[in-house]
Design a protein around this ligand. Structure first.
Ligand code: DAH
Length: 340
């Protein structure tokens, strides 16, 4: 056994490595559990007791030498520059890559800017709401389907604590605090208990608009929305208003714009109609004004609400709403040039 030890002592002295990986290989070869030195320690257990003193001494010397040698080899690679020139302190630093705004933020900011030019300011309200602000004060009859568990996320067991299903709730919040004239938009996140698909998500964003003053008319609504559509989608954009129903507006309408892709000629985005729907709107129902203590004989108003995802998908021809929530850098990087 002493021979074997001596042989290894000589071998270890000559060890050389040309990289940190090679040094690590040497450590495994000699010092790991199954390594050659460790094997000698196993063998040591089997030799007669009277030899143990001497052999043990040399075995320990071997172990220490192997450890020192291999550590020395490893250390020599730690600050290694692999043959390159050492650090040049005059080189320019590496530039941190700039991030980009999320497409939904870009479009939200653009909507806010467009309406700011018409004198609309911005307000917001809570995402966790109560029945009064989301439904009751907006003239939803108690049996209205939108109150159904299907659409609304309720929090805990209290049916009066829920996630807002639309930003129309902010209309009520604002009317409670501010007396007319009111001219504001409310961007925010909304929640609906819907199956997630390419076209729908359970979390999305809306912008609500509200204008209340003396003599506000449907013509004001139409002109405001026409201005918005042209600013957002280009000067050639046309709009049309179709009669519709919302509990909180009377009359109510849905607004279409001429298709952003084909310009009205017909394509698969507009399903060959030439038009795509972008928002709901109408004249604020007098009952809604009265429930917030605004005199509906003195004041009239209009309101509208649109989905930011929808506007963004049309503007940038994005086919799947789920892309907005995946944070795939390859998707987000495409909006670097569109910062606002
Ligand atoms: N709150 C409606 C929705 O989520 C959108 C809407 C329609 C808002 C008409 C309005 C409006 O202010 O007047 O579908």
């Amino acid at each position: 056994m002493l021979d074997k030890i001596n042989h290894l002592v000589e071998e270890v002295k000559e060890l050389a490595a040309s990289s940190a990986e090679e040094a690590e290989q040497l450590r495994i070869k000699y010092l790991s559990k199954k390594g050659q030195v460790s094997q000698l320690f196993d063998e040591f257990k089997t030799i007669p007791n009277e030899q143990k003193r001497e052999v043990g001494k040399y075995l320990n010397i071997l172990k220490t030498q192997a450890l020192d040698k291999i550590n020395e080899l490893k250390a020599s690679f730690e600050n290694d520059t692999h043959g390159e020139v050492g650090t040049d302190l005059t080189l320019p630093g590496s530039v941190a890559e700039l991030g980009s705004r999320h497409p939904l933020s870009i479009v939200r900011n653009e909507i806010v800017e467009i309406f700011a030019r018409l004198g609309f300011n911005v307000a917001d309200g809570p995402e966790i709401e109560d029945d009064h602000h989301v439904f009751e004060a907006l003239n939803f009859p108690p049996e209205h389907p939108a109150r159904d568990m299907q659409d609304t996320f309720f929090i805990a067991t209290n049916p009066d604590v829920l996630l807002r299903t639309h930003t129309s709730s902010v209309q009520v919040r604002v009317m409670e605090k501010q007396k007319p004239p009111v001219r504001a938009i409310f961007p925010g996140r909304v929640f609906r208990n819907e199956a997630i698909s390419a076209r729908a998500h359970c979390i999305f964003h809306q912008v609500e608009g509200l204008y209340i003053d003396e003599n506000v008319s449907f013509a004001d609504l139409k002109q405001t929305l026409l201005y918005f559509a042209k600013e957002m989608f280009g000067a050639d954009t046309k709009i049309r208003l179709r009669p519709s129903y919302f509990p909180f507006t009377e009359p109510s309408a849905e607004m279409d714009i001429s298709c952003t892709l084909c310009g009205g000629k017909g394509c698969n985005v507009c399903k060959y109609t030439g038009w795509v729907e972008i928002l709901g709107c109408g004249m604020v129902d007098p009952a809604v004004l009265e429930s917030s203590d605004i005199d509906s004989k003195a004041y009239t108003g209009f309101a509208f609400g649109m989905g930011i995802e929808r506007i963004t998908m049309l503007k940038y021809q994005i086919k799947d709403i789920r892309l907005f929530f995946e944070n795939d850098k390859r998707f987000l990087d495409q909006f670097k040039s569109a910062q606002i």
